[in-house]
Ligand binder design. Structure first.
Ligand code: IPE
Ligand code: IPE
Ligand code: MG
Length: 238
């Protein structure tokens, strides 16, 4: 009798929310309308993930490379971040969501940093689901920051070099304490990582869909989870 592997729902899913602009342009709307609609998708997927028992959801919201976009779009995204966090804080509390941020937050506009810090602090004791926002996030930059912090600790005698291994190094990344994602979802059909969680995704299963982020539905999340559950994960073994 063949035994089928029944894999549970991933504990941590990472999402590259791509295709907001193309979704809008296809509808003859400004790109910004796509970003606005994308926020609605985040809310829906957060609820769906929680209902399915996912413990961590990481959303790639703004990359270190996204500063290259026209100033008007960058400003709009920063405004959107600030106003949405202000608007949603009550609801995040009510829904027992814990918010965390990864990325180099210090480069964000001061007002956005303030409200982000407030939301993270006020929700830090919640234990329903952890929502991680990747903001001004770039994986290479994160690894360089981690290496510098570690080398400072070694030089100051706080860490012995012999103790440095993968686990210790992971603790210097922005994702310290968060388990690695088992599943990565990218929308809009692109087949690349775009500098997202290069270390943490080492053994993640990848799931790409043609759907753009504003049209991504809880049913699409289910399809991704179902695909994940059918994968054979070998981690280099047999
Ligand atoms: C993803 O959608 C959102 C961000 C990167 C902020 P895009 O804005 O990249 O949309 P496309 O890829 O241009 O369609
Ligand atoms: C990745 O999308 C970054 C985010 C979703 C925040 P991009 O649209 O910036 O990626 P590229 O430029 O197509 O690689
Ligand atoms: Mg894009």
């Amino acid at each position: 009798m063949s035994k089928e592997i029944v894999r549970s729902v991933p504990e941590h899913i990472a999402l590259i929310m791509d295709g907001n602009g193309r979704w809008a342009q296809r509808r003859h709307l400004p790109r910004l309308a796509g970003h606005r609609q994308g926020v609605e998708t985040i809310k829906k997927i957060l609820t769906a993930g929680r209902d399915r028992g996912v413990k961590y959801l990481t959303f790639y919201a703004f990359s270190t490379e996204n500063w290259k976009r026209p100033a008007a779009e960058v400003n709009f995204l920063m405004q959107l971040l600030k106003t949405q966090l202000r608007k949603e804080i009550r609801d995040l509390q009510r829904r027992n969501v814990r918010m965390r941020a990864i990325g180099d937050i210090r480069a964000l506009p001061a007002a956005a940093q303030q409200v982000l810090a407030a939301v993270c602090e006020q929700t830090s004791a919640n234990d329903g689901i952890t929502m991680i926002l990747a903001l001004n996030y770039g994986s290479r930059q994160e690894i360089v920051r981690a290496a510098l912090a570690l080398s400072r600790d070694i030089r100051a005698g706080r860490v012995e070099e012999q103790r440095v291994g993968e686990d210790l190094f992971s603790g210097y990344l922005d994702t310290a304490g968060i388990p690695d994602p088992e599943l990565l979802i990218r929308t809009s059909g692109e087949m690349r990582l775009s500098n997202f969680l290069l270390w943490q995704l080492s053994y993640a299963e990848l799931y790409m869909t043609e759907k753009c982020w504003p049209e991504f539905e809880p049913a699409d999340l289910d399809a991704a989870i179902a695909a994940f559950q059918k994968r054979q994960r070998r981690f280099g073994g047999l």
